[in-house]
Design a binder for this molecule. Sequence first.
Ligand code: NI
Length: 136
Amino acid sequence: MITVTRRERFNAAHRLFNKNWTDEKNESVFGKCSNKNWHGHNYILYVTVKGTIDQETGYLIDLKILSDILKEKVTSKLDHKNLNIEVDFLNDTITTAENIAVKIFEEIAPEIAKHNCQLHCVKLVETENNFVEYFG
Ligand code: NI
């Protein structure tokens, strides 16, 4: 198997909050991640695509195409935004790294599939020490 990975970065605000819970329960489960006045992360996103090498171009996917998909579908919507209230595809989602990775995967998989390859993994780095990976 051969894969190609593109890295993108975005900065965004959020808070972890379950709207079905009381403020007290949110605070006890999510702690400072549930701060009412928000907090932010410098997210790093790794998008890995798999497929076969096109014999004419030598590419699995043209990275300009992958970069354009990620700009249109992800970073233009998330960068410098509040993930809880400003992003259409995160509505009604608890904005954990896990959920954000799954939603990004769902947003971009159909676009990537149009280019004769397949989305393999979305890796989202939230802090220096924490990241999640979603394989669909
Ligand atoms: Ni956070």
